[in-house]
Design a protein around this ligand. Structure first.
Ligand code: UDX
Length: 467
């Protein structure tokens, strides 16, 4: 099969940037991305993508003029593409068996059926969404059911891009995984996909393996990353109880080359569309396989993460004289991490809701995520203000809680913020991005994660559990 056109179903956080980079790197191929959401398609096609990703617009500008188009016409995309990527969302199931844990595959299966119905020749179908292990096998059965020669090869090509660095991750990936069936046709399909990536990725970073290994490698990578965060957060808690400093501990262990320095930042926990979902998914797989202890092990990573948010709010309550009722709290940042407007599973959501449950009034500010914040909290907005300007959010506040590590928060005029706040003024640095001593000098009571708080007159909540 000679590849002329690559199609993709799903123009979200993964499908859009991936196809844009592929199109930019493969000028000799055509790329068609289909999505049923008309406004999303229009935005992509106009070169103003519905997601924020540094570097994306520049890449899009080149590709849209040349060999990339976005459409709502899934049928025509399926007809045109010899390779069809499927990159639709697979959220955690909210109903029926496995609710709250298993992945909801209805969109995935609908795609498989559309491909089966409308493809008029052989196709390579590439699973790009994060899916439970053995999804490719199920897809293969749906696609190739019935008599006659096999028309479809299903490959797994999991995505490792992180939001905010998606373009960089796509241009210079640590590795590309391609899983395929160990048959003559399967191997040929794998080679076709390898040859696309090989145009810009060094061959030794393109790993080919069985479909199941590729699927499981994706879940495992995210589970390991998430587990590092929960591990460091658990030690942060111990630091607070003992007077140790998590920054110093992290630095010390990070210099061990076997551990490495990244993903050791303690804070209010991980968010985003992947970690929690993939951990639950992994645990569900284990449970279905009868491996209850293994499932329990990975579920604990999720529990430890949820604890960071309850712990953070409990710390605020304790420091602020055991009542937050009617106090104005400014939340600095709502996105699940900086450089994105994405708020999916953001720890800020749980924290905002817990503060509201204490009857606090909230003033939320974020450079990019205000609209999403409004949507996430749509059912409780009567006690919330939303401000683009952090100074306005902090005016008259009893406390500022930093929930996202936006660089600009470091550079704010903290004396100015202090001047317009209630006394005593508190800063709870949920991401350890601020200069604790400098803020304390200004007059703030400052509470970082995993290190001693600086409270004027002494920290009533400081207790050396081990003395
Ligand atoms: C993640 C994976 O990194 C990526 O490979 C995968 O394909 C999708 O999931 P993403 O969700 O975009 O990417 O974000 P990431 O940068 O990994 O951060 C996830 C969360 O962990 C954020 O909320 C971040 O604030 C938090 N985090 C990260 C920490 O709390 N501490 C750290 O040390 C690192």
């Amino acid at each position: 099969m000679s590849i002329r056109t690559v199609a993709c179903i799903g123009a979200g956080y993964v499908g859009g940037p991936t196809m844009a980079v592929m199109a930019e790197r493969c000028p000799d191929l055509e790329f068609v991305v289909a999505d049923r959401d008309e406004s999303r398609v229009r935005a992509w096609q106009a070169g103003t993508p519905p997601i924020y990703e540094p570097g994306l617009e520049e890449i899009l500008r080149v590709a849209l003029r040349r060999n990339l188009q976005f459409t709502t016409d899934v049928v025509s995309a399926v007809r045109q593409g010899q390779i069809i990527f499927v990159s639709v969302n697979t959220p955690t199931k909210t109903f029926g068996e496995g609710a709250g844990m298993a992945a909801d595959l209805q969109h995935w299966e609908a795609c498989a059926r559309a491909i089966r119905a409308f493809a008029d020749g052989p196709r390579i179908v590439v699973e790009k969404s994060t899916v439970p292990v053995r999804t490719a096998e199920a897809m293969d059965r749906i696609l190739n059911d019935g008599p006659g020669p096999r028309k479809f090869e299903v490959l797994s090509n999991p995505e490792f891009l992180a939001e905010g660095t998606a373009i960089q991750d796509l241009l210079e990936p640590d590795r590309v995984l391609i899983g395929g069936p160990d048959t003559a046709q399967g191997r040929e399909a794998v080679e076709q996909l390898v040859s696309i990536y090989a145009r810009w990725v060094p061959r030794d970073r393109i790993l080919t393996m069985s479909v199941w290994s590729a699927e499981l490698a994706k879940l495992t990578a995210n589970a390991f990353l998430a587990q590092r965060i929960s591990s460091i957060n658990s030690i942060a808690e111990l630091c607070e109880a003992t007077g140790a400093r998590i920054g110093e501990v992290a630095r010390a262990i990070g210099l061990d080359r076997r551990i490495g320095p990244r993903f050791l930042e303690a804070g209010i926990g991980f968010g985003g569309s992947c970690f929690r979902k993939d951990l639950l998914n992994l645990a569900y797989l284990c449970r279905v396989a009868g491996l209850d202890e293994v499932a329990e092990y990975w579920t604990a990573v999720v529990r430890m993460n949820e604890r960071q948010q309850t712990r953070f709010v409990a710390g605020m309550l304790r420091r602020m004289f055991n009542t937050l009722a009617d106090k104005r709290i400014a939340l600095f940042g709502f996105a699940f991490k900086p450089d994105t407007g994405d708020t999916r599973d953001s720890p800020a959501i749980a924290i905002a809701r817990a503060l509201l449950a204490e009857r606090a009034r909230l003033a939320i500010t974020d450079p990019r995520a205000l609209e999403n914040a409004r949507r996430e909290l749509a059912d409780v907005t009567d006690r919330i203000e939303f401000w683009a300007d952090p100074y306005a959010a902090a005016r008259g506040a009893h406390a500022i809680a930093v929930l996202t590590a936006w660089r600009e928060y470091r550079d704010l005029d903290w004396s100015e913020l202090y001047r317009h706040m209630e006394r005593p003024a508190f800063v709870f640095d949920g991401r350890n991005v601020l200069d604790v001593d400098a803020l304390h000098e200004i007059g703030f009571n400052v509470v970082p994660i995993g290190a001693p708080a600086r409270i004027h007159g002494g920290d009533p909540a400081a207790h050396l559990a081990l003395t």
